[in-house]
Design a protein around this ligand. Structure first.
Ligand SMILES: *Cc1c(COP(=O)(O)O)cnc(C)c1O
Length: 349
């Protein structure tokens, strides 16, 4: 086995979905956001496990992701695409029975023209300025659009992960202003919005990162463990350096392990000298720069050479790695490399 092994706990993902579901009322549906291959963890494994847990609504980004998911889950669940109805998507949306979440007036026109009887949803921009109809656009077109019977109206919070941000209440107020009194089911909350409380839940929540064990869902069960084999171990003299650019210099006679992962496997170069890995119960600092496929680790304090080290586990999750790398857990998750072997716990037989 030449590469690392990524352990993905589908039971923990199911438990996290249940926990978020339990925070909402009985008349609020709990969907799952599984875009980008379920945040890199494998949509063909994650989605069926959530389906078994009772999840019947899924969000992806692209129509093609919707098609893959439809093939995985069969005809029953609803699948919504955040990119809406892009040029060239018509056949895929139709074939895969995917609901485009319309995000502009151009898309709305395209959709009603190309697939007049195909269900669609509407995205409203309440202040994030990314996707969705603006207040004035909605005011001008809502009456006509509602006659075409959208199946869902949604918006997205820019600061949902920060309960202190005044933008949350602003966006909530604007969402009310734009949608109160309409008959269509409404959705505002991703993971962060769920945690902001019932005012933000409306008819459907659509968490992503919380399912996969990431912040802002601090109470989430950890989902991923990453073990990486050691390629070689050797001694170096005081004053010798390790890796590209010689950024780490041995202060004393040292022993170094070179491990089989690097930035090509989703361990960012910015982690260099800012990360510890575990050899069994013992913490070992990364030394020198992270290279494409290899990382140096100081093992001078171990009694014997390890065969493998743990980079991610229940105690050092994606968010501690993210902090060490100067990024967010989402980016660590979605970058975890394709070279790793993947082992799933809780896979359907
Ligand atoms: C990605 C995304 C989600 C899920 O967000 P999390 O923060 O991962 O829970 C929900 N809604 C939209 C529009 C998104 O882009």
């Amino acid at each position: 086995m030449g590469t690392g092994t990524l352990h993905i706990d589908l039971e923990a993902i199911a438990a996290n979905w249940r926990a978020l579901d339990a925070m909402t009322g009985a008349d609020c549906e709990t969907a799952a956001t599984v875009k980008a291959n379920a945040y890199g963890l494998g949509v063909t494994q994650v989605a069926p496990r959530l389906f078994r847990e009772g999840c019947r609504a899924y969000f992806v980004a692209t129509a093609d992701e919707g098609l893959e998911l439809r093939r995985t889950l069969g005809p029953e669940p609803r699948i919504y695409a955040f990119y809406g109805h892009m040029p060239g998507d018509t056949a895929t949306l139709q074939r895969a029975d995917v609901v485009p979440m319309i995000c502009s007036l151009d898309q709305l026109a395209r959709h009603l023209e190309a697939l007049p009887r195909h269900p669609f949803g509407i995205q409203l921009d309440t202040g994030m300025n990314r996707l969705g109809l603006k207040m004035a656009e909605w005011a001008a077109t809502a009456e006509l659009t509602l006659k075409a019977h959208p199946v869902l109206v949604m918006s997205h919070l820019s600061d949902g992960d920060d309960p202190e941000s005044p933008r949350n209440a602003d966006q909530l107020a604007r969402f009310h202003e734009m949608t109160d009194g309409i008959e269509v089911p409404r959705s505002l909350a991703a993971t962060g919005g769920v945690l902001l409380g019932p005012d933000y839940h409306f008819d459907m929540i659509r968490p992503g990162v919380g399912l996969y064990g990431g912040l802002p869902f601090a109470a989430a069960e950890p989902v991923v463990t990453l073990e990486v084999p050691v390629v070689t171990c050797f001694d170096i003299e005081p004053g010798e350096t390790v890796g590209y650019g010689g950024t780490w210099k041995a202060p004393a006679p040292s022993r170094v392990a070179t491990i089989a992962a690097g930035y090509a496997d989703g361990l960012p170069r910015t982690l260099s000298s800012n990360l510890d890995v575990m050899a069994g119960p013992v913490s070992c600092p990364v030394v020198g720069r992270v290279s494409m496929d290899l990382i140096g680790v100081d093992i001078s304090h171990l009694d014997r050479d390890p065969e493998r080290v743990t980079v991610l586990d229940a105690h050092r999750g994606i968010d501690s790695l993210a902090e060490a790398a100067g990024t967010i857990g989402y980016e660590i998750l979605t970058a975890l490399g394709r070279r790793y072997g993947r082992r799933y716990r809780g896979l359907d037989a």
